[in-house]
Design a protein around this ligand. Sequence first.
Ligand SMILES: [Zn+2]
Length: 255
Amino acid sequence: MIMVDTHTHLLDSRFNNDRENVIQRAYSNGILSFFEIACDINCWDQALDFSKRENVFISLGIHPTNIFNVNQSDYNKLQTLIRDNDKCIAVGEIGLDYHYHTSLFDKKNQKENFIKQLEIALKYNKRIIIHCRDAYDDMIYLLKEQKNIPKGIIHCFLGNLEESKFFTEAGFLLGINGLVTLQNSKILKQIILKTNLDKIVIETDCPYLTPKKYKNQRNEPSYMIETIKEVAIIKNISISKVAKITTKNALDFLK
Ligand SMILES: [Zn+2]
């Protein structure tokens, strides 16, 4: 079985002591490729370096919770890096996060920063990776307002069925991760059941969102199989079929 982890933060400091072991373990467990997400300005250079490795692709952007001291020169830098690097496949993760940021000012600021980065993606023909937390209404409203939207992944999708349909019909893939293995994931399971597997990619979001089996541990790409197993149960198909189709989706995303 070959798998692609479409959302990693392997450059996170929690991997500093054993990053190479984690990566080797992923390879020996069938992970062919990683999409490393660098969504803090300070991580971009390290991510570019990381992308020199075979089968490592990166996404650069500014996370909605990291936008507060950003200025135009940061955006100029982002544009240049995205334009000049073939292994940078997407802008992201970008989006809206109202979980801790609820003031009108914060929301407006996040929306503006999201649109700015979406436009960079369009300009350089890249995809986007969306982070959306407690903000699906506004995200959908914002996307509907745009003349063009890039294709992309709605990472860690946790909306409702209607919202999932909006995204898949707009050309997005739903990013599904270890959260689906947890007890309280009923709505997500329903959505997976009703969504064509062609519209789903698997991700870990490591070191975050550890599947149930490894509860309280740091997450890593080799645990991705737990999410695939759960999707196979929900859809009542084989694990290898889930892996095959979602891997194809991830590889098509690179085209
Ligand atoms: Zn992430």
